[in-house]
Design a protein around this ligand. Structure first.
Ligand code: SAM
Length: 287
């Protein structure tokens, strides 16, 4: 008989069968709402030619729904206590492979190489909130091209990733995510659709990685030095923030901003990713 993994009583009963208490430390809040599962699957758009990599399989609720459409699913789960349940819930699906491990220690190309020949690779996860940003950055740094990254994150993190220059949510995370991808909101999600219920609301977002992220590997370090300098002194003008943050002489900063046609009186938090990139290019190439 088909087991309904979005039923709270089934989730409770499965966890109890292994004497598992959901771990707060691992961000274990399991999805118990079929409608939200369907919305995530619709955002991923899995197809028979796609490999879907899922981060944080949990009991396999989303994994199973993805597997109905995807060519192959690789699901990573850090908590070894969940292995028997994942085996029980997904073991009958030959195109699903569960890898026990920490996603941050697994290069995406290694995971891809486990799956055979798939031209389109999509990633998805109802992410553990304690490591959301590192996981997103890990995915955006993948050396294999990813068609999309769909993830459930804390609502406030979604707002920061989607934020426009000049808003209070706009910061290093917004610039970093937007420099490497085009993010969009899929849907807001209330805390009531999880077991156990978390203390915050969530949102599903989808990031489409840019073919040409604007800080390439060589420029990246300088780009983030400039960005961090600008946001390290949010209340200061970009001129003063760069002088302090980059330890550059005043004349050099004035010249840099003049070349980039950026008003030195603007606040750093009003600069777009493209403007940060322009400053990086001028610092590294002189023009
Ligand atoms: N996908 C399931 C669902 O939607 O019900 C579970 C989502 S739960 C929010 C996050 C899952 O990620 C947990 O099962 C947790 O054990 C797992 N996890 C936590 N840290 C991880 C990491 N670094 N790498 C892989 N999985 C991790």
């Amino acid at each position: 008989m088909e087991v309904n993994l979005t039923s709270v009583s089934v989730v409770r009963q499965q966890l109890a069968s292994q004497q598992i208490r959901p771990s707060k430390r691992l961000g274990q809040n399991f999805l118990v709402d079929a409608n939200i599962v369907n919305k995530i699957v619709a955002a991923v758009e899995p197809d028979s030619g796609d490999l879907v990599i899922e981060i944080g399989a949990g009991l396999g609720t989303l994994t199973k729904a993805l597997a109905e459409h995807a060519g192959a699913v690789i699901a990573v789960e850090k908590d070894h206590r969940l292995s028997p349940l994942l085996q029980q819930n997904l073991g009958h699906l030959p195109h699903v492979r569960v890898i026990e491990g920490d996603i941050l220690e697994l290069p995406i190309d290694t995971l891809v190489s486990l799956a055979g020949d798939y031209g389109i690779i999509k990633t998805v996860g109802n992410l553990p909130y304690y490591v959301t940003s590192p996981i997103i950055m890990h995915l955006l740094a993948a050396t294999v091209p990813l068609a999309s990254i769909t993830c459930m994150v804390q609502r406030e993190v979604a707002q920061r990733i989607l934020a426009s220059p000049g808003t209070k949510e706009y910061g290093v995370l917004s610039v970093a995510a937007q420099a490497k991808s085009v993010p969009e909101l899929v849907c807001n999600v209330p805390r009531t659709v999880f077991y156990p219920k978390p203390e915050v609301d969530s949102a599903v977002i989808r990031l489409i990685p840019r073919e040409q992220p604007f800080p390439n590997a060589i420029y990246e370090e300088t780009f983030f030095r400039v960005v961090k300098a600008a946001f390290g002194q949010r209340r200061k003008t970009i001129g003063n923030a760069l002088k302090k943050g980059l330890e550059m002489p005043a004349e050099a900063v004035d010249e840099l901003l003049a070349k980039a046609q950026i008003d030195p009186m603007r606040r750093g938090e009003t600069l777009s990713g493209e403007e940060f990139y322009q400053l990086t290019e001028i610092i590294l190439r002189g023009s």
